[in-house]
Design a protein around this ligand. Structure first.
Ligand SMILES: [Zn+2]
Length: 280
């Protein structure tokens, strides 16, 4: 696990075991807030140790930015924390999280200590403001990557934990293409000191706008290409030929995992557009 400090009281942890997942910690005089956890217990335990032993403070809150296992598996290692999420995150953890965890536990011995923890401080639409030790966190619902996705802004520092709304490749196969575009557009007028993506490197102030524009560009191109295949009645196999680099994105990030995400995006968009064309 890599650790970096992005502001006086804000740390980012990046998994070296799976897909450069990130988690964050905000250290305050009244305890710490952890934003997401890392996929494997060994790494999340290091976060807990760093906060509880190095800083000598308890973790008061764990924020689940969305229900995906790579971000929520470690919630159970912060036993005394309140767990905060959007209402839909709790519902999705109930309906899908348990099945996913049972599967993960069967496939990896490392996961045997992981138990499912459901959020117990949930919000619905709008904004939730959390005040902890002089720090204000603004949580907002930003569907797109998944229906339950939220972001977390540390107001005083203008540091944004964007979670999977920003990652090396926008990924909406479990969410909604249109919502994703709307969410990204809503971020364009804002300014941030640092943006922490759900996977990959921290984005610095001067790079944020370009990153969002690049993501919107990718989303526009794949839509044009998928629509073209549908309009010309080409067979679905033609989708396979939509190359990630022809859509303005590199095939390299996250050890090449972005190519799988790209394929899933294309399939999801094709299904959505087909359904819109022939609702049954
Ligand atoms: Zn995710």
């Amino acid at each position: 696990m890599l650790r970096e400090r992005v502001a006086n009281n804000i740390y980012v942890f990046t998994s070296e075991m799976y897909a450069q997942v990130t988690a964050g910690a905000i250290v305050t005089s009244a305890g710490a807030v952890v934003i997401d956890t890392l996929p494997y217990p060994a790494e999340t335990r290091q976060i807990a140790q760093f906060i509880e032993e190095r800083h000598g403070i308890p973790v008061r809150y764990v924020i689940n930015t969305h229900y995906h296992a790579d971000h929520t598996n470690g919630t159970c290692f912060f036993r005394h924390a309140r767990v905060v999420s959007h209402r839909l995150c709790r519902e999705l953890l109930v309906s899908r999280g348990k099945v996913a965890l049972d599967k993960a536990r069967k496939s990896s011995r490392d996961m045997s200590d992981v138990t499912l923890v459901l959020p117990n401080l949930i919000f619905d639409d709008g904004l939730l403001k959390l005040h902890v030790g002089g720090v204000t966190l603004e949580l907002s619902h930003v569907p797109g990557h998944s229906p339950d996705s939220i972001m977390c802004l540390v107001s005083e520092e203008r540091v944004l934990f964007a979670a999977d709304t920003l990652m090396p490749l926008p990924f909406f196969a479990d969410g909604s293409y249109d919502d994703y575009v709307a969410t990204l557009k809503s971020l364009l007028p804002e300014s941030f000191e640092n943006v922490i993506q759900g996977h990959g490197e921290v984005i610095l102030r001067g790079e944020v706008r370009e990153k969002i524009e690049e993501d919107l560009h990718y989303l526009r191109i794949i839509r044009t290409k998928v629509e073209d295949i549908i309009n010309r009645n080409k067979p679905p196999e033609a989708l396979e030929r939509i190359d990630i680099e022809a859509c303005g994105k590199s095939r390299i990030p996250l050890n090449g995992l972005v190519q799988n995400l790209h394929r899933k995006n294309i399939q999801a968009l094709y299904s959505t557009l087909k359904l819109a064309q022939n609702p049954s």
